[in-house]
Write a protein that binds this ligand. Structure first.
Ligand code: PEP
Length: 255
C-alpha cells in the first residue's frame, strides 16, 4: 500500500525566526502522526536550519530546485551534492513557476532528474497544464509530454525513483483547487499510463496533487484512490493549517 505523503513547498518565503516557529509547530503537531510521510522544501539558505531542527524527527527536508552540474562556473546555482551535504533526501524538479518563466524545459527537467537520482536524491517531479491548455482540453497531452520527456531520458524503471506531482497551473496559488473527482481522473490517467509501460512502477509510484490544497479540502482530495498526498504551497505558510493537512494524511494512512 502506498503511504500518504505531504510536501510543503515554502517557495521564496520564510525567515530564520519564522522558520523556527513553523518547524517547532510542525514537529509538535505531528509528533503522534506515524502513518504518513512529511517533507518540507525550504529555500536553500535555510537548509542548514531545517537540518538542525529536523534531524531527529520523522520529518524530511529538501530543496526546491538544483543544477544538473556537480560544480563549476554556474553563478547562483546549487549542486545536487550540496543538497545532500545538508541532509536533503528530496528535491522539487520542474515546478511550473520555473517552467513557465523559461527557466526549465522538458529536456532540462529530465537532465536534473538524472543528476538528482545519481546523487541519491528523490526528485519530486512536477507536471501540469496552464489554464489556456486546460481550456483547450490539452491536459492529457501536456502532462504526458512532460512525463515522456523524463521517461525517455531515464527509462521507465528509474521513474520509480521519484515522486510524481500533478499540479495544474490554474490551481496553483489561485484558491481554485481541482475538484477531488477531477484531480482523481487525471491522476488515474497518469498512473494508468505508467502502468501500461511497467505495472510494478505504475502501481507503486506515489502521485501527489498540488494546487490550492488546504486544511478544508485536503482530506477529501487525499482520500481519492490515486491521490497519494499533496504538494502544498500557500497553506504551508500557516503552521496550524499545514499541521491540519499533515494530520488529515495521517488519519487516512491509518484507515
Ligand atoms: C505549489 O506551488 O506547489 C502549490 C501547490 O501552491 P499552492 O498550494 O499555493 O497552490
Amino acid at each position: 500500500m502506498r503511504r500518504k505523503l505531504v510536501v510543503a513547498n515554502r517557495k521564496m518565503n520564510g525567515s530564520v525566526p519564522g522558520n523556527k516557529e513553523f518547524l517547532e509547530g510542525l514537529i509538535k503537531g505531528t509528533r503522534d502522526c506515524h502513518n504518513a510521510d512529511y517533507i518540507v522544501c525550504v529555500p536553500h539558505p535555510y537548509l542548514y536550519q531545517a537540518q538542525a531542527m529536523l534531524a531527529d524527527t520523522e520529518i524530511a527536508w529538501g530543496g526546491q530546485n538544483m543544477s544538473r552540474h556537480d560544480a563549476g562556473p554556474y553563478t547562483g546555482s546549487v549542486s545536487p551534492g550540496m543538497l545532500v551535504e545538508f541532509g536533503c533526501k528530496y528535491v522539487i524538479i520542474g515546478h511550473s513557476e520555473r517552467r513557465n518563466r523559461g527557466q526549465d524545459s522538458d529536456n532540462s527537467v529530465g537532465e536534473r532528474f538524472q543528476a538528482a537520482t545519481k546523487a541519491g536524491l528523490t526528485p519530486i517531479f512536477c507536471m501540469g497544464e496552464t489554464l489556456e491548455e486546460y481550456e483547450k482540453g490539452l491536459t492529457d497531452l501536456v502532462t504526458i509530454r512532460q512525463l515522456n520527456a523524463v521517461i525517455q531520458q531515464v527509462g521507465i524503471k528509474n521513474l520509480a525513483k521519484c515522486i510524481l506531482a500533478y499540479e495544474p497551473v490554474w490551481a496553483i496559488g489561485t484558491g481554485k483547487a481541482a475538484t477531488p473527482d477531477h484531480a482523481q481522473s487525471i491522476l488515474h490517467f497518469l498512473r494508468g499510463y505508467v502502468i501500461l509501460k511497467d505495472v510494478e512502477v505504475g502501481e507503486n509510484i506515489r502521485i501527489l496533487y498540488g494546487g490550492s490544497m488546504n486544511a478544508s479540502n485536503a482530506a477529501q482530495l487525499m482520500s481519492m484512490p490515486d491521490i497519494d498526498g499533496g504538494l502544498i504551497g500557500g497553506a504551508s505558510l500557516v503552521t496550524e493549517e499545514f499541521v491540519r493537512i499533515c494530520r488529515a494524511a495521517n488519519e487516512l494512512g491509518s484507515a
